[in-house]
Structure formats: C-alpha cells, structure tokens
Design a protein around this ligand. Structure first.
Ligand code: SF4
Length: 356
C-alpha cells in the first residue's frame, strides 16, 4: 500500500514539474495550495481592514472627486472627465482594460508559483518616447468596461490562484480601480494589491491610498529634469514628483515583507531601467534610495531597455545598453550599500560579466 502511495506521489510530482515548465522547484511559493491566502490563514489585505473600519467607501468617494476637474496626476489637466472631457492621458471616467492574466515575468516575490494577477490598463499619464507598450499606453488599445466588470476580473484572477492583483499603469484610473476593489472585496477578494506605476504621481493622491495598497511597485525612470522632459512627453517635473511619491509609499508600507514561502505581501519594490548614455542617472538613483529610504529597500535594476516607438528619433537612446552600462549601475548599487537587489538583476549581472 505504501509503495502504491509513493508511486502516485512521484507521478504527481513529475506531472506538476512538467506542467509548470520545471518552475516548481525553482520559484518561491512552491507547495502552496491554490487560492490559499498569502501569509496564511488570518492574513488580510490592507483594504479589508479599511472596510472593517468603515473607511473604504469614503476613500472611494474622495478619489472620485479628483476626476472632475482632473487633478489625479502632476499634469493637473483640469479636464471634466465625468462629462467626457479628455486630458493628456486620453482616459475617460470609465476603466479601460487591455488584458488581465496571470503573469510570470514580474519580480519573483510577486510571481511565486501561480503568477501575478496583472490587469493592464489602457492609456498612460506619462507617455515615454521609448515605451514598449505604446499601442496600449499611447494609443489606448483596450476595452472600456464597468467597475463591476473590473471587479469580476479581479475575482477571476483570485480563482486562478494568482498571488496578488497587479494594477499596471493605474494612476489615471485610480478612482475607478478603488471602486472596483471595494465591489470585489465585498464579493470575497482578499489578495494584496500591487500598485505598479510609472512613478508620475502626486504625493497627495498617493496619501489617499494609505491603507488600501499593500505593495507599491513604482518605477523611478529619471533623476534629472532635462532628460525627463525630453523623453516623457514634457514631464520635466517627473523626478521631483516621483521622489516625493516614493517617499510617501515607503512611509506607508516600509520594506518588502514576504511570507514563509517568499511571496510578497506588503512593502515597497522600486524599478529602475538602465538606459544608454546614463540618461536615467542610475548612480544618483541608487544613492538617493540609500540616503533617503533605506539600504534594505528592494531594488530591481533592469537591463531590458529596447529601442521602441519614437526612441529611434533620439540619438542618445537610439541603441541598446552595453554590458558596461549595466555593470556600472550594479556596481554603484553595491557601493551605495543596497542589500536587497532583485534576483533577476543579479543573474543579469552574471550574464553581462561573461559577455564583456
Ligand atoms: S490623469 Fe490624465 S487627465 Fe488627469 S491630470 Fe493626469 S494626464 Fe490629466
């Protein structure tokens, strides 16, 4: 009898290994039962506590007031979105969604075994000239839907076993997202929310998310005004606003916390894309993180810059990065004392070292 049981469990293990493409033994989250909450029984997302205290509905209403005139982001367009006026981002007052899926390309603490439940929103308030998702971000490809539909998508991702709801480019949709989160929560949503933003945020608006968002995943794309103005649709005030917003995110959620299986449940994770000719100023970025936040901050230094969209027209960014450019950014991160660098950036460092 014991022999039969062993055979079954070995067969089960091999089958699981093949189904996950071998990732079962390589990723955090291994062995988690599908749909079990991150952090185990008893853990609850931030918005659940806010709802318990009777404050989530009020937060949804406050956020909704920022839509008309629209002051949701530092562009401060002032357009009356509830009456159909469009601002710089071209987004209406209804959620527009390009896709929703378990995603395995995000940082490992978000992906675990079952994937990060990403919802890609159409349009963008930043519109970088090098955007790799320009049909979605610049052209607004996607479908406009109701907040109930959006809530249903969140619940579908939860049923599929995803470890979180990963809101990709949420800034210009924030009030509708909050309303959808509340609807979904009342129907049983209990995954952590990941606020996956390009970083062009107003600190005052991020303050409204205090107690709603569990995990902040901002980019800090530029540290200097001039390249920021040139490559992000005129947002020369991006560095100042991104830094203030990220400081506020750090105040709210602190360093990244994971559960016993390595799955993220709360905290700040920052991305910085290394660009050609040091235009993003990675040295200043890592020094700022170390001096202003903490050397334990989770930082992902990314090497995947591609010449996309309109970047072909800008000589300084019209090429891939060199190994030297990536390796110097990683060296500066270490010299600044950063201790919590993303595992994929560490393995990229190995690859680039071999390529030199
Ligand atoms: S969210 Fe859009 S409409 Fe509102 S201020 Fe920003 S760019 Fe303008």
């Amino acid at each position: 009898m014991l022999e039969v049981k062993e055979q079954i469990s070995r067969r089960h293990l091999i089958k699981s290994f093949l189904l996950t493409g071998g990732s079962l033994l390589l990723t955090p989250g291994c062995g988690r039962a599908r749909n079990s909450p991150p952090g185990g029984e008893g853990w609850q997302p931030a918005y659940a506590r806010l709802e318990e205290n009777g404050l989530l509905a009020e937060r949804v209403e406050k956020a909704s007031e920022l839509l008309s005139p629209c002051t949701l982001c530092p562009r401060l367009c002032g357009s009356n979105r509830k009456n159909g006026e469009l601002g710089f981002c071209r987004a209406s007052a209804q959620p527009t969604v390009h896709s929703h899926n378990p995603h395995y390309g995000e940082e490992l603490p978000l992906v675990g075994r079952n994937g990060s439940g990403t919802i890609f929103f159409s349009h963008c308030n930043l519109r970088c000239v090098f955007c790799q998702n320009w049909p979605i971000a610049h052209k607004g490809r996607g479908n406009t839907e109701s907040e109930q539909d959006l809530a249903r998508r969140m619940l579908q991702l939860q049923r599929r076993g995803c470890h979180n709801i990963n809101l990709v480019t949420p800034t210009h949709m924030m009030p509708m997202i909050l309303r959808a989160v509340r609807i979904a929560h009342l129907e049983g949503l209990r995954l952590p929310l990941v606020y996956n933003t390009g970083g062009y945020e107003r600190k005052e608006v991020v303050e409204l998310l205090d107690g709603v968002v569990d995990i902040y995943l901002p980019d800090i794309k530029f540290m200097d005004d001039e390249p920021s103005h040139r490559y992000t649709g005129g947002a020369g005030d991006y560095p100042e606003n991104a830094r203030a917003a990220v400081r506020e995110m750090h105040r709210q959620v602190g360093e990244l916390q994971t559960d016993e299986e390595g799955i993220a449940r709360r905290g700040l994770m920052i991305r910085h894309l290394v660009m050609p000719n040091r235009v993003s100023n990675p040295r200043r970025f890592v020094e700022w993180v170390a001096e202003t936040l903490s050397t334990d901050t989770y930082v992902n230094i990314m090497s995947q810059y591609r010449v996309a969209h309109e970047a072909f027209n800008f000589p300084s960014i019209n090429r891939a990065i060199t190994s030297e450019e990536f390796l110097e950014a990683m060296r500066w991160a270490e010299e600044a004392g950063l201790t919590n660098l993303d595992k994929r950036s560490l393995s990229q460092r190995q690859i680039h070292r071999r390529q030199r």
